[in-house]
Structure formats: structure tokens, C-alpha cells
Design a protein around this ligand. Structure first.
Ligand code: ZN
Length: 135
């Protein structure tokens, strides 16, 4: 597949309100967008680090996969997102090479990106997101 860069790191936090001050006051980054992604049951906060972003993920309800992640493993890095050219082709290639897909077809994610997840059981334990900016 044709990956250009790491688009973002997804980091699970219990509370954006408690996490954002660390990123702003200690790391000196600026939160430029807060967005709720209803179908993933998360509220997200974004920071830019060069062309890569940090995406903080706060669960909006106990059934959220992020809530379950925090329950099992605590707060921390949740997924790595790669920017790809041609997400449909990239997903097809991954499937063809035996990778288990979470999303069989790309869907809408935060920030207007088209996204799809690969299963961590097929990616050496790292939940992997492919994303493409089609705008
Ligand atoms: Zn993500």
C-alpha cells in the first residue's frame, strides 16, 4: 500500500478536560479541534505535531470501545493511524495478505477523513487505522 506518513496517534483518556492541560501546558501543543464522533461513542481532541496529529479519545458512554480499552489496559496509546493514498485498494491488499479487517469497507471518521481499522490480532498487537483525506 501507499502510506505517506503517520496521520495521527489515538490516545485513550478518561477525561479530555483532565488530559488537555498536559498537552497544552507541559508539551506546549495547542488543541485546535474538539469533536464528538457519535457512532464511535467518543469525544476527540486534536493537536498538531508537524504533519502528524495527536487524537485524544474520551469515551462518551460505558459501552464505548474506548471505555472498555481503559478498563482493561488503562489510559494510553490506543491506535496508530497511517495516511494512505487509495484506502479501498489498501484495505483490499491487507485482506488479500491475510490481515483481519475490522472495517470491511471504509467509513467516515473524525475531521472529515475516510477511515478503516485493521484488527490488532493481525498487526502484532497494534490497532491500526488507515485513513485518507478525500476532501
Ligand atoms: Zn484515529
Amino acid at each position: 500500500m501507499d502510506i505517506s506518513h503517520i496521520e495521527h496517534l489515538g490516545i485513550a483518556v478518561k477525561s479530555l478536560e483532565e488530559a488537555i492541560p498536559y498537552y497544552e501546558q507541559v508539551l506546549g501543543l495547542k488543541c485546535y479541534n474538539i469533536e464528538e464522533v457519535a457512532d464511535q461513542k467518543v469525544k476527540t481532541a486534536f493537536f498538531k505535531v508537524g504533519q502528524t496529529k495527536i487524537e485524544l479519545l474520551e469515551p462518551t458512554c460505558p459501552e464505548s470501545t474506548i471505555a472498555k480499552f481503559i478498563e482493561n489496559r488503562g489510559e494510553g496509546v490506543h491506535h496508530v493511524a497511517f495516511a494512505v493514498n487509495g484506502i479501498e485498494g489498501a484495505l483490499a491488499e491487507a485482506a488479500e495478505k491475510g490481515v483481519r479487517l475490522i472495517d470491511q469497507t471504509p467509513r467516515a471518521g473524525a475531521e472529515g477523513l475516510t477511515i478503516a481499522f485493521l484488527h490488532p490480532k493481525s498487526t502484532k498487537g497494534v490497532l491500526t487505522e488507515l485513513c485518507e483525506d478525500k476532501n
